[in-house]
Design a protein around this ligand. Sequence first.
Ligand code: CP
Ligand code: NVA
Length: 315
Amino acid sequence: MPINLRGRSFLTLKDFTTGEIQYLLDLSVSLKEKKRMGIRGNTLAGKSIALIFEKPSTRTRCAFTVACVDEGGHPEFLGKNDIQLGHKESVKDTAKVLGRMFDGIQFRGFKQSVVEDLALYSGVPVWNGLTDQYHPTQILADFLTIQENFGKLKGLRLVYVGDGRNNMANSLMIGSAKMGIHFAIAAPGDLFPEKDLVEECRVIASDTGATIEFFEDPRKAVSKADAIYTDVWASMGEEDKLAERMALLKPYQVNSDLLKATGNADCIFLHCLPAVKGNEVTEEVFESRNSKVFDEAENRLHTIKAIMVSTIGDL
Ligand code: CP
Ligand code: NVA
């Protein structure tokens, strides 16, 4: 059966099959080639999208905006102080109003339940541009970058080092389980992900051949890694926890010693960005030949375009 994602929301990768995720990656590859050749598309001509941001953003906002314009659509930025959502109007009513005017809605904010309610009540596709729980659009860019470097995803070893229970760790675990990637988290035990999510991912992994492991010792975790991933130690909304996290996560800094401990000179380094250099990663690793962080940032554009084109575009 040909894959058709028209009308679908993109709230968490749990909702997508291995084949659907691969389809989005393949579409991203062709949209990236098209962009490199300077060819503009018109799959979003006549479409308008709402971009709701409760939290700040560089990459996600710019990727949605540029991707939409590249394909002939109109993006409307709605910052947290620009709209009534959460102040004078309920999520349900806001969703119903926006759904009458827009063809798709991107939401970045705190609660996963808000992005889910927007999808439930708007009647149009809703894309999760990051919540406290998940960051699924980021994973497509990460996996495209891994695929560009290794020519495949299945069977590779991806090790996430740092805050093992944040939106990135959760989403990388789900995505890896879906795509047959051997995934490990190196974190202090207090920062391991929720047991229920781990169990859910292990069920998915049993179908794809993926494995999911947890380590408190970062050097053991990264042994034979193909890719090391890290993220900030205090996510947006957790700034008050930074001092506590810095003390807890100091041994989990991705530095050249940890990169060497992989035993793999071609191990790549990934980070969703923005990065706090000197905390979760050293300047040396960030700027090393192993670092693919700017390819990864660019890939936000092509993968987000693939999500919009496949869910609301005239393909
Ligand atoms: N990686 C990412 O989501 O970046 P922004 O916060 O800049 O959107
Ligand atoms: N975990 C980070 C990701 C930023 C893209 C945060 O939520 O702030």
